[in-house]
Ligand binder design. Structure first.
Ligand SMILES: NC(=O)c1ccc[n+]([C@@H]2O[C@H](COP(=O)([O-])OP(=O)(O)OC[C@H]3O[C@@H](n4cnc5c(N)ncnc54)[C@H](OP(=O)(O)O)[C@@H]3O)[C@@H](O)[C@H]2O)c1
Length: 304
């Protein structure tokens, strides 16, 4: 069972492993509302009480699909925490005035997106709203003013960022009354930048948990053509006996979650067996030398 943890010292409580919905509607045909209800039932059973979504997911269709689930099961709004993200505009029917993909963290756009998310998700509040990507053209003052207003109006309970550098987090925090509650960034055995560039260090220092996206490298861990992935999986074969014969995906999650910044790690699978396996990572405490063995396998060399 996945337990709840504090994302920041001021909350909110979220499940230590989160169910991500970027790929929610993938499949041919796309899953029906009933199929999504069944998937959310697995999440509920496993303790995956937090959903991660975004305005842009599924070409702007995922939030509405989740909203249909909450419409069919209104009591679930109390059972699940919703984290959504805003601020990416790509040419589409929904973004009629976008002629090129761009970031937009202006006050007007954040307000518009948040209000739209509330409506589509059939809720009167968002547990956490994240600015999806840093927008190089909007001042921190402007982004912060929109955030403060959303918090004051009770539409959003907590605010965070995604894919921000540590300097960008620091700048935005300097304009906010309460600091951001997370920075959602890519972390996996196949993508370790956040370990080196100060992103995870900053979260640890502020005692906020990062959220780790694409913990399996978007599935590349299992691509037979990926040499690093092949070395990692071979290394996992040698250690899985120590972890109750855990699957590769569970070990990959446990590797991310072992970092002292305590990343809340996001599942991206649509398959029941894999969701169950990845949720089981909450019960795995990876041993130091196994962690470094996987680091070395990923890099193809030992520590410097
Ligand atoms: N903030 C951001 O900018 C950002 C960016 C990307 C993602 N995210 C969030 O992070 C979540 C997770 O990202 P992700 O989907 O890239 O995660 P991921 O776990 O790295 O990749 C998921 C992909 O790997 C496949 N997969 C999972 N387990 C597997 C296994 N055991 N063997 C083979 N293939 C496997 C899945 O296919 P199946 O469905 O067939 O299992 C799916 O295509 C997203 O849903 C989203 O919420 C955030």
């Amino acid at each position: 069972m996945v337990h709840k943890v504090m994302l920041s010292p001021d909350g909110p409580k979220v499940s230590e492993i989160v169910y991500g919905t970027w790929r929610l509607l993938e499949g041919d045909p796309s899953p029906t509302t009933d199929a999504l209800i069944e998937r959310f039932e697995w999440c509920e059973e496993l303790g995956l009480s937090t959903l991660d979504t975004a305005e842009i997911y599924g070409s702007y269709q995922v939030e509405a699909a989740i909203g249909e689930v909450f419409k069919a099961r209104p009591s679930w709004r109390e059972s699940f925490e919703i984290i959504t993200k805003c601020g990416i505009d790509v040419p589409s029917e929904e973004k009629g005035d976008a002629s090129i993909a761009h970031y937009n963290a202006t006050a007007a756009n954040l307000r518009l997106c948040a209000e739209k998310s509330l409506k589509l998700l059939h809720t009167d509040h968002l547990d956490v709203l994240l600015v999806h990507r840093p927008d190089w053209l909007t001042s921190a003052d402007e982004t912060a003013s929109a955030i403060e207003k959303l918090l004051d109006d009770g539409l959003v309970l907590h605010v965070g960022v995604s894919n921000y550098t540590r300097d960008q987090v620091e700048l935005l925090n300097s304009r906010l009354e309460a600091p951001v509650v997370t920075n959602q960034v890519e972390v996996s055995l196949l993508h370790m930048d956040a370990l080196y560039d100060g992103t995870l260090t900053q979260c640890e220092q502020a005692r906020i948990r990062p959220m780790a996206w694409s913990p399996l490298g978007g599935g590349r861990l299992f691509d037979p053509a990926n040499e690093s992935g092949a070395r990692i999986r071979k290394c996992m074969d040698e250690m899985r006996g120590r972890y109750g014969d855990a699957e590769d995906d569970a070990l990959a999650f446990a590797w991310v979650m072992a970092h002292p910044s305590k990343p809340v790690t996001i599942i991206g699978s649509n398959q029941e067996k894999r969701i169950r396996s990845q949720a089981s990572a909450a019960g795995i405490k990876m041993e130091r030398q196994d962690w470094y063995a996987l680091w070395s396998a990923a890099k193809g060399h030992g520590i410097p």
